[in-house]
Structure formats: structure tokens, C-alpha cells
Design a protein around this ligand. Structure first.
Ligand code: ATP
Ligand code: MG
Length: 255
């Protein structure tokens, strides 16, 4: 698969907790690499540092120790508040193009196929408050695709959706990704989602987040979400991932 697109070595990140005057370690000595064109899922309990890692990969946050290398531009789908409420669907999706100085005609031309792809064409003039949660997430995904980075960082993009919508969007992502040449880091706390989408699943421990295991997913591509679930290996890998996570309770301490 060639050289790596992402390389993390001995990464540490802490946050100062002013109330207790102490440092909370969010990410502890994390190292991994992602090959060019690979789809990797980061799977871990709530509060284990997944979003923190993603923000560091996106260049939005500083790390304390270690090294980070990301080749090329990274487009991000955030966990929440991913769309601008004051912009229409079309303008949300076109935003990265506008930032780069693309004119109105060019923006329209480039955004149209992405609206089609994400099933938003009929809603291109709508504003986020007029959309369902699933449509807002699709707007966010379409915008990241318009941004067209070599690396796509997705932070639980389907996390807030009902199971059925989630399956539809997972299938869509499986359909469009193979032709895109993009390297993807996809964050989730769903075992099913991780093994449905990924080439490789990195399982994280509860805070402080460390990499507990690096689990290759043997399913070929293209993948059909329903057919996958009939594969006997699906149950075995599900079991293995749950076994790794079982000892890792989600963060329950109120913050
Ligand atoms: N800006 C911040 N200031 C202080 N502490 C923070 C900050 N951002 C994150 N943390 C802490 O770092 C830890 C990891 O947070 P992070 O958001 O990365 O978790 P997560 O794995 O994405 O969780 P979730 O699955 O719930 O989204 C948590 O303990 C959180 O309280
Ligand atoms: Mg998060």
C-alpha cells in the first residue's frame, strides 16, 4: 500500500484542570501509522481521547510530547456543531471552496455532484434548523468531501443518528470511499461501525487513552453491510473487539 500518510510517534497530551490544579492526561504515549489510502477506525470508550487525537491530527490542537506527521491537507467532519446555522445547505458544502477563492459558478458546479451523492439536492436551499439530524450530518460529510483533502478525519459523524439512517450512510461511505484515494481516520465508539467500515481497527483504552490493540479487518471490498453480517468472521471479530473493550469503562466522572 506504499508509504504511510499519517505517522504518530509517542504522542502525549494533557489538559490542565484548574479546579483541582492538576493535569489530566488525555492521550498517553500513542503511536500508530496509517497507510496511504487506508481506512482506519479509532474505537474507544467515551472520554478516552479520540476527539483530542483527531484535533491534533487536524492541526487544531497542540500536543505535549511526541511527533505527528500528516501528509497533505486534512478535511474534518466534527463530532457536533459541524454546520454553520446561518448558511444554506449548498453554502455550507461550498464553504471550503469559497475560502479558497472559488467563484460562484465554480462553487455551484463542484457542489452539485456532492449534493446529489449525499441526497441533499432537493434541500440545497434549506437551512440547518430545517433539516433532520441525518441531513445535517450529510451536509457536514458533503462539506468535507468538497474540501477534498488527501486525508479525511471523521469524528463520530454518524454517532447521533438512528440505526437505520446510520446504516444507509455507512453504505454510502463504503460506496464512495474506494474511488476517492483518500486516507481515512474514522472515530467511533460502535464496534459494529468500526468493523463494517475499517481496514484496521485501533482499540483505545479508557482515559488516559492508549492503543490497546491493532485489529486487521479481513473483509474485502466492495462491502455490503447486510452481507457482512452473515459472514462467520463478523461474529468472531465482534467478540474480540468487545473483549478488548470490556475492561474499559466509559468516563463517568462528571466534568
Ligand atoms: N479543552 C479541554 N480542556 C480540558 N480537558 C479536556 C479538553 N478536551 C478534552 N478534555 C479531556 O480529555 C479527555 C478526552 O476527551 P475527548 O473529547 O478527546 O474524548 P473522546 O474519546 O472524544 O470522548 P467521546 O467519545 O465522549 O467523544 C476527557 O477527560 C476530557 O475531559
Ligand atoms: Mg469525542
Amino acid at each position: 500500500m506504499g508509504t504511510s500518510a499519517i505517522e504518530l510517534t509517542g504522542l502525549w497530551k494533557g489538559f490542565h484542570d484548574a479546579r483541582r490544579d492538576q493535569t489530566v492526561i488525555a492521550v498517553e504515549d500513542v503511536s500508530f501509522s496509517v497507510a496511504r489510502g487506508e481506512f482506519v477506525c479509532l474505537l474507544g470508550p467515551s472520554g478516552c481521547g479520540k476527539s483530542t487525537l483527531l484535533r491534533i491530527l487536524a492541526g487544531l490542537d497542540e500536543h505535549d510530547l511526541g511527533e505527528v506527521r500528516v501528509d497533505g491537507h486534512a478535511s474534518v467532519v466534527f463530532q457536533e456543531h459541524g454546520v454553520f446555522p446561518w448558511l444554506s445547505v449548498e453554502d455550507n458544502v461550498a464553504y471550503p471552496l469559497k475560502v479558497r477563492g472559488a467563484g460562484r459558478a465554480e462553487r455551484r458546479r463542484r457542489v452539485a455532484p456532492l449534493l446529489e451523492l449525499t441526497g441533499l439536492t432537493d434541500f440545497r436551499g434549506a437551512y440547518p434548523h430545517q433539516l433532520s439530524g441525518g441531513m445535517r450530518q450529510r451536509t457536514s460529510v458533503a462539506r468535507a468531501l468538497a474540501d477534498d483533502g488527501e486525508v479525511l478525519l471523521m469524528d463520530e459523524p454518524f454517532g447521533a443518528l438512528d440505526e437505520q439512517t446510520r446504516l444507509v450512510l455507512q453504505q454510502e461511505l463504503l460506496r464512495i470511499w474506494p474511488d476517492s484515494d483518500k486516507t481515512v481516520v474514522f472515530i467511533t465508539h460502535s464496534v459494529d461501525e468500526a468493523l463494517t467500515l475499517a481496514d484496521r481497527v485501533l482499540v483505545m483504552s479508557a482515559r488516559p487513552g492508549r492503543i490497546l490493540a491493532d485489529v486487521p479487518i479481513p473483509f474485502g471490498r466492495p462491502r455490503d453491510i447486510l452481507e457482512l453480517r452473515r459472514d462467520p468472521r463478523y461474529g468472531e471479530i465482534t467478540y474480540e473487539l468487545w473483549r478488548l473493550l470490556r475492561k474499559e469503562p466509559a468516563e463517568t466522572r462528571p466534568s
